[in-house]
Design a protein. Structure first.
Length: 173
């Protein structure tokens, strides 16, 4: 498997295998913390998110990045997802991984581009939260915007075979 395919796999893993479980805890804390069901649900939600993060730490192993020595769009997305609730990532490997990734110029540029876009939306609509969608649809909006940005980043990676590219295009549709 080539570098682009591996980066894409990690990008999808961040959004589908890690983020939903971190967001489950975040939503409980942000919107339902005072409700009885949330107090009962939170411990198991935290446990499940930590199990996912522990599996990620195991996959990371002693490598600096998910694909070994190479920082990819998968690392950019995974780090962004972990930073939603960094206190859930208790494994020292993940703490070091997030610190290493966030110190990269590529991460800083992507983060600044996101912050700039958010600030621009706030200027256009000062009463809005800074997001183009209400909180219920926020996750879909984040995936769309980050997907667009990551598509641009992925263009810089080496090309895959035309068959793999066709399959990736078909999967995105």
């Amino acid at each position: 498997m080539n570098a682009r395919a591996r980066a894409t796999q990690w990008l999808i893993a961040a959004l589908n295998s890690i983020e939903p479980f971190i967001m489950n805890v975040a939503l409980i804390d942000l919107f339902y913390a005072d409700q009885e069901w949330a107090k009962l649900r939170r411990p198991s939600a935290v446990e499940f998110a930590r199990r996912r993060l522990d599996a990620l730490a195991k996959a990371l192993g002693d490598k600096p990045y998910l694909d070994g020595a190479t920082f990819t769009a998968g690392d950019l997305m995974m780090t962004t997802v972990i930073r939603i609730m960094p206190e859930l990532a208790s494994d020292p490997r993940l703490t070091a991984y997030v610190a290493l990734c966030t110190s990269r110029p590529t991460f800083k540029r992507a983060f600044e581009a996101h912050r700039s876009a958010t600030s621009e939306r706030r200027r256009e609509n000062p009463t809005a939260s800074g997001y183009a969608a209400p909180p219920r649809r926020h996750a879909a909006w984040v995936h769309r915007v980050l997907g667009e940005r990551l598509s641009r980043l992925l263009q810089d990676l080496p090309d895959v075979s035309s068959r793999q590219a066709e399959r990736a295009d078909r999967d995105r549709s």
